[in-house]
Design a protein around this ligand. Structure first.
Ligand SMILES: [Zn+2]
Length: 280
C-alpha cells in the first residue's frame, strides 16, 4: 500500500460523489467504488483518518484515482474556471527561464472526463477560448513520459496537478481547492503558445565568437555594449556575461547572446528573466 497518496475519501452514492464526512459509518454509507462499483465500507473511527475501504478481497486498486479524476471534472465543471501556473520559456535546454506571465485564472467553456483524444485518454479535458487544455492528475505516480511526449506531439497545452504527496487532510474540499485555485502543485507539461515562441526566439540567439586577449576572453560585438575599445563594442565574458540578462549560454567557442535579435521580441511581450541577475 502506498502511503504517500491521497486517502480514499470519495465514494459514489446514487451516482454522485460524496465525501467520507458526509456518510454514515460502515456499509450503511450506501456508497460504491467509483472505479469498480462494488460496495464500500466507510471506516470512521479507530486511529486512522476516516476513509473508504472495499470489502476484503474486492479492492480494485483504482478507487482513489478514479474518484479524484471524477472530483476534478465535477469541480472544474461547476466552477468553470481554473488557476493555471506561471508560464516561462527557456532559450536553451535547462537554461534559466524567462517569465512570460504569472499564474492566471482562466475561464472554462467545457469540461469532459477521460475522453479518448488521439492516442491518449487525458484525465480531464477542458476547453478554454476554443482550445483544449488537458488536466492530468497525478494521484499515485507522475504522468508517464510517453503520455507527455504524445501530448507534445499533439501540440495541446497540458498541466499536471500533483496530488501524490497529499496524504494528509485530503478531504473533498481540500482537493477541490487545489484543483481549482492552487498553483504550487501544478506545472505545465506542455504549453502550446510558448513552445512556438520558444522556437522562434531560439532562432534569434546570436553566437558571438570568443577571442582570447591575453588575460581576458572577449566576445566582440556585445549588443549592450558592456565595454568599448576604440569604438568597437565587446564584453569580457568572465565579468560581463554571467550577470547579463541577455546571456543565454557559453561554450569554449561562443557566447550565446539574445541581446540583439531576441531582446525586442522579449521586451515587446513584457517578459522578464526569472533568474537573479546583476544590472550592468
Ligand atoms: Zn474499486
Amino acid at each position: 500500500m502506498k502511503s504517500a497518496a491521497p486517502m480514499f475519501v470519495l465514494g459514489l452514492r446514487d451516482g454522485i460523489l460524496v465525501g467520507i464526512d458526509d456518510v454514515e459509518n460502515g456499509l450503511s454509507c450506501g456508497c460504491v467504488c467509483p472505479g469498480c462499483h462494488s460496495p464500500l465500507i466507510a471506516r470512521k473511527g479507530g486511529r486512522r483518518a476516516h476513509h473508504f475501504a472495499h470489502k476484503p478481497g474486492e479492492d480494485c486498486g483504482g478507487g482513489v484515482e478514479t474518484s479524484i479524476h471524477m472530483l476534478a471534472k465535477d469541480v472544474l465543471a461547476k466552477s468553470r474556471k481554473i488557476m493555471l501556473p506561471s508560464v516561462t520559456i527557456s532559450l536553451r535546454e535547462g537554461g534559466g527561464p524567462w517569465r512570460v506571465h504569472g499564474p492566471q485564472l482562466v475561464e472554462l467553456d467545457d469540461v469532459v472526463l477521460e475522453r479518448r483524444t488521439g492516442h491518449i485518454i487525458p484525465d480531464v479535458v477542458c476547453v478554454a477560448d476554443g482550445r483544449e487544455l488537458f488536466v492530468e492528475i497525478a494521484v499515485t505516480h507522475p504522468v508517464e513520459a510517453a503520455k507527455v511526449s504524445t501530448i507534445r506531439e499533439m501540440g495541446v497545452s497540458a498541466i499536471e496537478v500533483n496530488l501524490s504527496n497529499e496524504d494528509r487532510a485530503s478531504s473533498k474540499q481540500h482537493i477541490e481547492a487545489i484543483i481549482v485555485n492552487g498553483t504550487n502543485l501544478k506545472k505545465w507539461l506542455f504549453h502550446s503558445p510558448t513552445a512556438v515562441l520558444e522556437r522562434e526566439l531560439r532562432g534569434k540567439v546570436e553566437a558571438l565568437p570568443l577571442t582570447d586577449r591575453g588575460l581576458a576572453t572577449h566576445a566582440d560585438n556585445c549588443p549592450l555594449p558592456a565595454r568599448e575599445w576604440r569604438g568597437k563594442p565587446y564584453a569580457n565574458v568572465m565579468w560581463d556575461c554571467p550577470g547579463c540578462i541577455w546571456s543565454v549560454d557559453m561554450d569554449s567557442e561562443y557566447q550565446y547572446c539574445a541581446g540583439r535579435h531576441a531582446r525586442p521580441s522579449l521586451e515587446k511581450r513584457g517578459m522578464k528573466p526569472e533568474w537573479h541577475y546583476l544590472e550592468s
